[in-house]
Design a protein around this ligand. Structure first.
Ligand code: IDP
Ligand code: MG
Length: 138
């Protein structure tokens, strides 16, 4: 068993899709071992996405990520990082496979409903960016 970090993004919380997305997560054998609903500050969002700071879409991405509440989560399961990336689907929903969260719910390449860590190392960094050890009950 391993862990990954997930965000249900503002486009999804605005459309009241938290439960629907959590059902897809749980139906795919991931356990939500920590979860909270928060609103990002600009500084916190910029820190989280600092790897993308030189991308043309960075400013717009930060504006979007602070536009409404998000749900931050820690997910646990077999190959959690890889498994959740599969369940999420491709970044651009036009390229996402049927049955994935982004195919079902994403609006476009930016407002794509969920985030999931892309490596075990980043999962650890991202979990630590939002959660204290004692908030994760596994
Ligand atoms: P990922 O979320 O699938 O890992 P990344 O390339 O890490 O995709 O991009 C982070 C986030 O930035 C995406 O989930 C999406 O919200 C946004 N994004 C990525 N590429 C674009 C783009 O070309 N235009 C607008 N937003 C983008
Ligand atoms: Mg990414």
């Amino acid at each position: 068993m391993s862990m990954t970090f997930s965000i249900i993004k503002p486009d999804a919380t605005k459309r009241n899709l938290t439960g629907a997305i959590n059902k897809m997560i749980e139906d795919n054998n991931l356990i939500i071992v920590a979860q909270k609903r928060i609103k990002l500050t600009k500084e916190k969002a910029e820190g989280f996405y600092s790897i993308h700071k030189d991308k043309p879409f960075f400013k717009e991405l930060i504006h979007y990520m602070i536009s409404g509440p998000i749900i931050v989560q820690v997910l646990k399961g077999d190959n959690a990082v890889e498994n959740y990336r599969k369940i999420m689907g491709a970044t651009n929903p036009e390229n996402a496979d049927n049955g994935t969260i982004r195919k079902e719910f994403a609006i476009n390449i930016q407002e794509n409903s969920v985030h999931g860590s892309d490596s075990e190392e980043n999962a650890r960094i991202e979990i630590d960016y939002f959660f204290e050890k004692n908030e994760i009950i596994s």
